[in-house]
Design a protein around this ligand. Structure first.
Ligand code: ADP
Length: 631
């Protein structure tokens, strides 16, 4: 009998699939099981209105069997079945709609990539040829008394002949390929392997998947006692997934248990979100925020992504596209019946649908975190301790494109309240006269509290954000402003914390002491850019500030990064002296009568300024000598 050729609109696709060693061959079973599941659904649906379908319906069941000796795996269903014409039409055409955008001249690299993508989504029935060198389909349609047999080796085309088949439904038998160096196809002919493939990919298929499973029982008495094995039909899949249940039917314990089992965590999640979206693309999801930062979170080993299902069938364990980087700590599953398992048909559409889902998920995570922030601040602070840094990186990355989405999730330590507050809370508590949102960066809260300028903030009755993460300075520079209030470092020139009279006094003192200031600058031989009379110091004798765009915090940040020391940005340091402080008088007296002592005092004061700013003294031994000399 002459073989019929495949309608090879895209024969290359088949070749690519079958022969690529990179594709995920094990998905063949998932593809056939979900076809079987669909076939049963179709028959059940038709039975509502069609007499022939009604008489063909029996209890839905999908069977998976294997035969080690014959190297065969069989998937059987009692679904709708196929007529002769349907066998030809459905199984004789590869990638019917051909919408998989296959470029004619793909490079080898592009082909590998395409095979990888297809390998996740599969090409439906044809996936069988990834593991089989011969596929036999026995099918009888509910419309027909006659069964038909479709046989193909995937390359030379196929034949269709009549065969005996007593019941309606389809049997697909795969004869496994010979083992090669790269792939041991015979591994699939194994009870445990098949069972675990069903558990992994088809656990939430609605109809029961039955396998003959090996069991053991004890036989005989006393010395004759022995273990005897036997087989028994068992339903392998658990069928109803948690996310398909209505929200009201799912308890917190169930959600927490599911999270811990699925994502291997010991602790309950800090937040569990169940969604049921019905917009452009319908999907259900379960999302979780872990309670702790994973140990490898900030390393390249950490991989983001959500499990992606299509009507209970696993497409991929980790779909990266579903999560933005700033929420990469979220774990979970997404299931959409609008996504097709079979990517060859609608690859471009799929990409679009994934984006729609990803957008919905991002919005949902944001709104749930926001809700947690107002409903349970203690819990939110715990979340922020684990992943706040991630949110801050999210604000600064990609030149701040996501800052508006993330800024209201940020909380900072407040100077006045001694607790964490959001930007909105800071602004709400601001008085009419306050123009800026003040902040200060430092290594620790106590260090920041000790900054001389903080006194000015306190005196004015303002609040201030106390920032201790390295990235904070960049967060502030990225955010720039909120409404008509800008973020302003208390160290910056525009901080507006001074009273006019103080300012004038300082300016006069600056003029009067010009020579002294010059002298101090020279005494420090190039270590500072400028020495000035401070406008902001109240009780402290000295402090360090900067002039120009690079702040001390940025300098510290860059100092920790690898790279050429000479190339790293350095802050232009300004040593500010408090002209109203008795120490200034001592310095002046020394300048008039004893220049050596004045030089030593200059070094002493500069060292103090460094220490208060959380910086190291460049030469501690020499500095200590100087201090001792003065004593
Ligand atoms: P898809 O399932 O994405 O349409 P497939 O290549 O897997 O693509 O299957 C092609 C068609 O063959 C299906 O749409 C269905 O009509 C038919 N088919 C496949 N398997 C079965 C089955 N077990 N029972 C009945 N029809 C089937």
């Amino acid at each position: 009998m002459a073989k019929k050729q495949f309608k090879a609109e895209s024969k290359r696709l088949l070749d690519l699939m079958i022969n690529s060693i990179y594709t995920n061959k094990e998905i063949f079973l998932r593809e056939l099981i979900s076809n079987a599941n669909d076939a049963i659904d179709k028959l059940t649906y038709l039975a509502l209105t069609d007499e022939a379908a009604r008489s063909a319906v029996s209890d839905p069941v999908i069977r998976v069997d294997f035969n080690k000796e014959n190297r065969t795996i069989t998937v059987t269903d009692n679904g709708i079945g196929m007529t002769k014409e349907e066998l030809e039409e459905n199984l004789g055409t590869i990638a019917r709609s051909g919408s998989l955008a296959f470029k004619e001249n793909m490079t080898a690299e592009e082909e590998t990539e395409a095979a990888n993508i297809i390998g996740q989504f599969g090409v439906g029935f044809y996936s069988a040829f990834m593991v089989a060198d011969k596929v036999t389909v026995l099918s009888r349609s509910y419309k027909s008394e006659q069964g038909y047999k479709w046989v193909s080796d995937g390359i030379d085309g196929y034949t269709v002949t009549e065969c005996d088949k007593t019941d309606v439904g389809t049997v697909i038998e795969m004869h496994l390929k010979e083992d090669t160096e790269e792939v041991k196809y015979s591994e699939f002919c194994d009870e445990y392997r098949l069972k675990s493939l069903i558990k992994t990919y088809s656990d939430y298929i609605r109809h029961p998947i039955i396998m003959e499973v090996t069991k053991y029982r004890e036989e005989g008495e006393g010395d004759d006692k022995k273990q005897v094995s036997y087989t028994e039909a068992e339903t392998v899949n658990s069928r109803i997934p948690l996310w398909q249940k209505s929200k009201n039917d799912v308890t917190e314990e169930e959600l927490n248990g599911f999270y811990k089992d699925t994502f291997y965590d010991f602790e309950d999640p800090i937040l569990a979100i169940q969604t049921n979206a019905e917009g452009l693309v319908a999907y259900k999801s379960l999302l979780f925020v872990p309670a702790k930062t994973p140990y490898n979170y900030y390393t390249k080993d950490f991989e983001k992504g959500l499990k992606l299902y299509s009507s209970g069938v696993l497409i991929t364990d980790r779909c990266e596209e579903l999560l933005p980087d700033h929420f990469r700590f979220v774990k979970g599953v997404v299931d959409s019946e609008d996504l097709s398992l079979n990517i060859s048909r609608e690859m471009l559409q799929q990409t679009h649908q994934l984006k729609t889902i990803a957008n919905g998920i991002e919005k949902k995570i944001k709104s749930e975190l926001k809700k947690l922030m107002s409903a349970d601040r203690e819990k939110y602070e715990k979340f922020f301790a684990a992943f706040g840094l991630q949110l801050k990186y999210g604000v600064v990355s990609d030149f701040g494109v996501n800052k508006d989405k993330l800024k209201d999730l940020l909380i900072f330590r407040s100077l006045k309240e001694d607790k964490y507050i959001s930007i909105a809370e800071y602004i709400a508590a601001m008085g009419e006269d306050q123009k800026h949102i003040y902040y200060a960066c430092g290594d620790s809260l106590s260090m920041i509290g000790g900054l001389p300028q903080v006194e000015l903030v306190r005196d004015k009755g303002y609040d201030m954000l106390m920032l201790t993460d390295e990235v904070d300075e960049f967060v502030m520079q990225t955010l720039r402003s909120e409404g008509d209030k800008d973020f302003c470092s208390i160290n910056s020139e525009g901080a507006d914390l001074l009273d006019k009279s103080d300012e004038e006094k300082a300016e006069t003192a600056e003029k009067e002491n010009k020579e002294l200031l010059e002298f101090v600058k020279e005494a420090l031989s190039g270590k500072v850019f400028e020495v000035t009379v401070s406008k902001k110091l109240k009780t402290h004798p000295v402090c360090l500030s900067t002039s120009g765009p690079v702040t001390l915090e940025m300098e510290k940040y860059f100092a920790q990064m690898p790279g050429d020391e000479a190339q790293k940005p350095k802050a232009q340091r300004v040593l500010e002296l408090n002209a109203a402080h008795p120490v200034f008088e001592k310095l002046k007296a020394a300048f008039d009568s004893d220049k050596d002592r004045a030089k030593a005092l200059s070094e002493l004061l500069y060292g103090q300024a460094l220490l208060i700013a959380g910086l190291d003294i460049e030469d501690p031994a020499a500095w200590t000598e100087t201090v001792l000399g003065l004593i």
